[in-house]
Design a protein around this ligand. Structure first.
Ligand code: GRF
Length: 203
């Protein structure tokens, strides 16, 4: 009997989603991914879900006249699967208050920087332009403010003199593929304890 279920939201390539699928398959994550939800009917993540036998729900933003209606549709899809955890793996939309409140402490996102540095889009480019020597990735709980929730796992990457956005992004992505499964595993082991801004990892 697995420890619980989760749903993944992804908008694109889905390499993090794939890393998570692989770690469920090899038993590192003791939980079942019951659905992929995407806002993008062309997302490559759909193919990955199909290959893994995971149901797909397409909730296309364009199909709704406003954000409220879109979010209600998303909420009702999520409610149908009733997951213990919602995983944002390259989901490119900001979620509204209702969804964030519904999954408070039960929704995670991954961001390609060492937060709180470089929130928002093109975090790797921002790190290069700023000139930091260390970059990385962060898995955090989702709160109302973008890329600002309590930090669960971070992994660092050295910035090399000859890095460009692509090479740095590639090396950060390798770390993302370790960080996200680790955070999900800890969640289902019930080892994450949120204490204000800090996430304590129980022994
Ligand atoms: C990753 O860099 C992630 O940190 C960011 O979006 C990208 C998604 O990549 N949130 P993928 O779709 O998982 O390959």
């Amino acid at each position: 009997m697995k420890k619980g279920t989760f749903v993944v939201l992804a908008s694109g390539r889905g390499s993090n989603f794939q890393a998570i699928i692989d770690r469920v398959r090899d038993g590192y994550i003791d939980a079942a991914c019951t659905c992929l939800v995407t806002d993008n009917p062309d997302a490559y993540a759909i193919q990955r879900a199909e290959d893994a036998g995971i149901p797909v729900e397409i909730v296309s933003y364009k199909a709704f006249s406003d954000k409220d209606k879109y979010e209600n549709a998303l909420l009702s899809v999520l409610a149908r699967y009733n997951p213990d955890l919602v995983v944002l793996a390259g989901y490119m939309r900001l979620l509204g208050k209702k969804i964030v409140d519904s999954y408070n402490g039960r929704m995670m996102n991954i961001h390609p920087s060492l937060l709180p540095a470089f929130q928002g889009l093109h975090a790797q480019r921002q790190a290069l332009m700023y000139g930091t020597k260390i970059a990385g990735c962060t898995v955090h709980f989702v709160t109302h403010d973008m890329d600002a929730g309590p930090v669960i796992v971070q992994r660092a990457v050295r910035v090399l003199d000859d890095d460009d956005e692509e090479s740095l992004s590639e090396r950060i992505l390798i770390e993302e593929h370790h960080a996200f499964p680790e955070a999900i595993r800890l969640f289902f082991e019930r080892k994450l304890q949120v204490d204000g801004r800090r996430v304590l990892i129980l022994p």
